[in-house]
Design a protein around this ligand. Structure first.
Ligand code: HEC
Ligand code: HEC
Length: 223
């Protein structure tokens, strides 16, 4: 079924049925229609990139399954307010989020935070993952880097404003750590300056440290 309005004069009931079908909030993919619930958008729009249930096939798209509710709400509001402005963030997420209502954002966050994540493949070499585990659990005191577990949880499960990292795509984690480290694209404009916290943490991480800790986080079990 197509949503283009028909100009031809077929039986008017058929035209009406088509238009009604497009406006049906249970089936709509319209991110600018406040009547469409977060759960419907999650399945019909977000799933194209983030996967049905929030586990994305491509590492370009972060997994959202079992991400914390508070963090999901905060990031969607940051995208909507154009405060998270790393290139992939504005290219993909600004347009999608700009007309979302607070109620839709709450619904989207509820849907994804309650989804069960799929286990990721373990991709890094064992030594890399072990080095990453060390950083995650102990930090690197010589470089003033705190243990990631202190905020993100000992299983990487996240807590409130601290996002879940366990089972996240390693490529995505590397990209975001580089964003925090080298730019203000996720830190200086936020209403609640949570990005600034990570900027400080990421500051001293070397390239190898980033690759190691990202490989470990991807390999972490889901629960
Ligand atoms: C066309 C692909 C695409 C669609 C559709 C899409 N996203 Fe995204 N989304 C992305 C990309 C790419 C990123 C990573 C942005 C970055 O690197 O900053 C992202 C990031 C996010 C993040 C941040 C995740 C994190 O760990 O910080 C959230 C939350 C999010 N999207 C929610 C949604 C929701 C909710 C929808 C549906 C309304 C949606 N996205 C639809 C591509 C998409
Ligand atoms: C003092 C608390 C704290 C510590 C310690 C910490 N983080 Fe974070 N981290 C945060 C907060 C807060 C955010 C959310 C930032 C935002 O809202 O933009 C975050 C976000 C992230 C993100 C972005 C996730 C996403 O889905 O986009 C990554 C990656 C990350 N942290 C990795 C790490 C790593 C690796 C370490 C250890 C070297 C670490 N963090 C240590 C507080 C912390």
């Amino acid at each position: 079924m197509t949503c283009t309005r028909l100009t031809i004069s077929r039986a008017s009931w058929a035209v009406l049925a088509l238009v009604a079908g497009c406006a049906n909030p249970e089936r709509s993919r319209d991110v600018a229609n406040p009547a469409v619930s977060g759960a419907v958008l999650a399945q019909q729009v977000c799933s194209m990139c983030h996967g049905l249930g929030g586990t994305a096939v491509s590492p370009n798209f972060p997994n959202l399954a079992a991400q914390t509710d508070v963090y999901l709400v905060s990031q969607l509001k940051n995208f909507r307010a154009r405060q998270r402005r790393d290139p992939a963030g504005f290219e993909y997420m600004w347009g999608l989020s700009h007309a979302l209502t607070d109620a839709q954002i709450d619904g989207l966050a509820a849907y994804f935070s309650r989804s069960t994540p799929q286990r990721q493949r373990v991709e890094g070499k064992a030594e890399r993952i072990a080095a990453g585990q060390h950083i995650f659990e102990q930090g690197l005191p010589a470089k003033n880097i705190p243990a990631c577990a202190g905020c993100h949880g000992d299983k990487g499960q996240g807590n409130g404003m601290f996002p879940r990292l366990a089972g996240q795509h390693g490529d995505y984690l590397v990209k975001q750590l580089t964003v925090f480290q080298r730019t203000d694209e996720r830190s200086d404009a936020q209403t609640i300056p949570t990005g600034a916290v990570m900027k400080t943490v990421a500051h001293q991480l070397g390239r190898e440290d980033i690759a190691n800790v990202a490989a470990y986080a991807q390999a972490m079990p889901n629960r």
